[in-house]
Design a protein around this ligand. Structure first.
Ligand SMILES: [Zn+2]
Length: 141
């Protein structure tokens, strides 16, 4: 996956900058873009990494989507150092991510805050992510 030439000084840590950015709370990633994180060992795509100043999709979501996310959120993945603060209201924080696999095998990585974004800020995740969450027993173990 790394396109740098072998031996290049930065060859061993191609995603280091991205990881630091994520740890420091500036965590905007457009929905369905490739997920990059040093601990990720499988290809995933981003969902719900919202930040003020970036447009996001608003709308109603099925109530059972929130129920399913809350259930998944009880066992968060990639619990990072510190917390993610909601950039919109600054009153909520979360730590960790929700990972799910969709029916077509696509893997999604969302911050635990995605539940708050849906509840408090009207965020509507991409339909394919909704489908993935609502497909039972597809959380990455
Ligand atoms: Zn908020």
């Amino acid at each position: 996956m790394c396109s740098r030439e072998p031996g290049h000084p930065s060859h061993r840590a191609p995603t280091r900058q991205n990881s630091l950015t994520r740890d420091h709370g500036v965590t905007y990633y457009a929905d369905l873009t490739p997920y990059r994180y040093t601990l990720a060992d499988q290809a995933m795509v981003n969902v719900g990494w919202l930040e003020p100043g970036h447009e996001y999709t608003r709308g109603h979501v099925p109530v059972r989507l929130v129920d399913a996310l809350l259930k998944l959120g009880t066992r968060p993945r990639n619990k990072l150092r510190g917390f993610h603060f909601c950039g919109f209201c600054n009153h909520y924080r979360g730590s960790g991510e929700i990972h799910v696999v969709g029916p077509t095998g696509t893997r999604y990585a969302a911050p635990l805050l995605v539940i708050h974004y849906i509840f408090a800020h009207g965020y509507r995740p991409p339909a394919e992510f909704v489908d993935a969450v609502l497909t039972p027993m597809r959380a990455i173990a």
